[in-house]
Ligand binder design. Sequence first.
Ligand code: NAP
Length: 258
Amino acid sequence: MSTSPTNPGAAPAIVITGASAGIGRALACEFAKRGWRLGLAARRLDALEALRDELHSQPASRATQIELLQLDVDDEDTVAPRLTTLFDALGSVEVVVVNAGINALSSVGRGELDTERRILRTNLLGAIATVDAAAALFMPQRRGHIVAIASVAAKVAVPRQAAYCASKAGLAQYMNSARIELSRHGVTVGTLLPGFVVTDIMPNIGKYPFAIPADVAARDMARAIIRRQRTAFIPAFPWRWVHPLLNLLPPSLWRRLG
Ligand SMILES: NC(=O)c1ccc[n+]([C@@H]2O[C@H](COP(=O)([O-])OP(=O)(O)OC[C@H]3O[C@@H](n4cnc5c(N)ncnc54)[C@H](OP(=O)(O)O)[C@@H]3O)[C@@H](O)[C@H]2O)c1
């Protein structure tokens, strides 16, 4: 394990939003295993506390610094000041993972704007607020890596997921612009595109094609994050090769897939 370049002697630190469950939680466990210090954010503080207790009960992460932050990214104006307190508590931070997100089915032409607004607010505006806050904290240090958890849905149009696809495509493209802007400040930007990962985000997600457990996804993601990959499908096989084909499926086949 390397040490923090901005805090010599200390282990590197990673901040993860949406760390109370699913992929964020699995990423926290994976980076704890690798000896990183953790800044964990989500709305459910009790779930974060339970995760911290679990990690501190394991010999490998007994002494790991773990700072917690109650954060609702839908409350966009609070994101920057709250993230600043987490950075202050950690002393130095190398990576911010913008992971907090939701999903729900919605149909076009059925007036389901409330659902669609909720998805766009958390996955796009909340994520942008987090990227913006992280960039502002990293730029003066001329270092840092910001990673967004987008989705294969950023690249593939899926029926009954129009708002979700739009939120993830919007986020992926926001990251592409951010990458260009932030490069002259020494800050790097990555976008991860998971396929199906077994979490509570959607019922029965384990039955979807090529679904993988969250800890397996977290291992792949950690590798891409540490290598500072610009973009990575998770897992690379089959999504990197299959996603262009999915965009060629005729509507009748999508309807049959249900
Ligand atoms: N699972 C998949 O197949 C899959 C595939 C592609 C992309 N993704 C993306 O991966 C990310 C994580 O998803 P997941 O599958 O791990 O879902 P999950 O198990 O439902 O976890 C979502 C996490 O986001 C947090 N969150 C939700 N709304 C939030 C808000 N307003 N403010 C702060 N935190 C919030 C939740 O914590 P609290 O409820 O405690 O706030 C929870 O920790 C999402 O962005 C999702 O779109 C997932």
